[in-house]
Ligand binder design. Structure first.
Ligand SMILES: O=C(O)C(=O)C[C@@H](O)[C@H](O)CO
Ligand SMILES: [Mg+2]
Length: 382
């Protein structure tokens, strides 16, 4: 079997699907994308096709290493997202050829169902209680919300109090009948992270995500030494080589690699194993589409340290399309009491509505994240 063609489809809301065709009629799908830089990743996918067209798609490990190492410059969000989506599609092909779900090729199930969580509250946490109540009806008991709105490098107690008020309201309303993570989303700089985390301690969030920006990772152990709240990070780390420094330095209790940003199934399965060696939980980041989610689930179902899985149903970013709009086998992605079951079909287990993808790709938006500014006009972290 040989790879014959790579076709990319940029799609609403802010996703990109990749189809890899072969000369034996088996095709695989993946989701290479960095939110807000879809066109850059698209260019990278097509540059990397030099490593793939004419090659045997079953040699995933050699193709991965060649994509990663054949270029003098490597790593980072664009290239690793391109490799991620290609890797997902190669595993999809392999599973389809062998007639088994990808997790069977990774050693089989380590669990029977995977705990999922949902976003509430949008970019500026508001109406969070109503959002939680709505998602509770769908069976969820675990949520994530932004831990604050914009935050200055050194900010006022009023800003801190406003962030804490949202969390206090959740606990006042639901007690400990639900769990929630707080995503600082990189908005909080090191000086304020310690202040905000201290004020949040009494409310025992399940975790605090990206307590500081990934480029400030040296603060993770310092912050962890000052709190009992588990710290989580990983969506802006793109390979084992990014994660190894963070694991060795300590401070992170939950690793959140993104299956569409960190080199795909091949790389994230290795990151999961590295995390387990440090007694770190795995909670793949996934605010994206169905192929990214399916790839995440396959790694979750073979990783004992997988603790939570993000999914984008109802997420505030999904304007113009919802999680399963481009999927024909929607029932395979049903939620069961806040959990998902293992994918059942060969490969990733996503039957893509190719006709709809082709049609919708003709009018794909160029999504960009909001750009926030502080009151003094300086750019703020979104
Ligand atoms: O889901 C999360 O944890 C996020 O922080 C969302 C962020 O990754 C956006 O997708 C960036 O555009
Ligand atoms: Mg996040």
């Amino acid at each position: 079997m040989k790879v014959t063609r790579l076709t990319t489809y940029r799609l609403a809301p802010r996703w990109m699907f990749l189809k890899i065709d072969t000369d034996e009629g088996v095709s695989g799908w993946g989701e290479p994308v960095i939110e807000g830089r879809a066109r850059s990743v698209e260019a990278a996918v097509h540059e990397l096709s030099d490593c793939l067209v004419g090659q045997d798609p079953s040699r995933i490990n050699d193709l991965w290493q060649t994509m990663y190492r054949s270029g003098f410059y490597r790593g980072g969000p664009i290239l690793m997202s391109a490799i991620a989506g290609i890797d997902q599609a190669l595993w999809d092909i392999k599973g389809k050829v062998l007639g088994v779900p990808v997790y069977q090729l990774l050693g089989g199930l380590v669990r029977d169902r995977m705990r999922m969580y949902s976003w509430v509250g949008g970019d500026r946490p508001a109406e969070v209680v109503a959002g939680i109540r709505k998602l509770q009806e769908a069976g969820f008991d675990t949520f994530k919300l932004n831990g604050c709105e914009k935050m200055g490098l050194v900010d006022s107690s009023r800003t801190v109090d406003a962030a804490v008020k949202v969390v206090a309201e959740i606990r006042e309303t639901f007690g400990h009948s639900i769990e929630f993570g707080l995503d600082f989303h990189g908005r909080v700089a090191a000086p304020m992270a310690a202040v905000l985390i201290k004020e949040l301690e009494p409310f025992r969030p399940l975790f605090i995500e990206e307590p500081v920006l990934a480029e400030q990772a040296e603060h993770y152990p310092r912050l962890a030494a000052r709190t009992s709240i588990p710290l989580a990070a990983g969506e802006r780390m793109f390979s084992r080589f990014d994660f190894k420094r963070v694991f060795a330095a300590g401070g992170i209790s939950i690793a959140q690699p993104d299956l569409s940003h960190a080199g795909g199934i091949t790389e994230c399965h290795k990151i999961a194993s590295m995390a387990e060696a440090y007694d770190i939980g795995l909670a793949p980041h996934c605010p994206l589409g169905p192929l990214a989610l399916a790839a995440s689930l396959h790694v979750d179902f073979v990783s004992r340290n997988a603790v939570l899985q993000e999914q984008s149903m109802g997420i505030h970013y999904n304007e113009g399309a919802e999680l399963l709009d481009y999927v024909l086998n929607k029932d395979d992605f049903a939620f069961h009491d806040g959990h998902m079951l293992p994918p059942t079909k060969p490969g990733l287990g996503v039957i893509v509505n190719e006709e709809l993808v082709i049609e919708r790709s003709k009018s794909a938006p160029d999504w960009r994240n909001p750009v926030w500014r502080h009151e003094d006009g300086a750019i703020a972290e979104w």
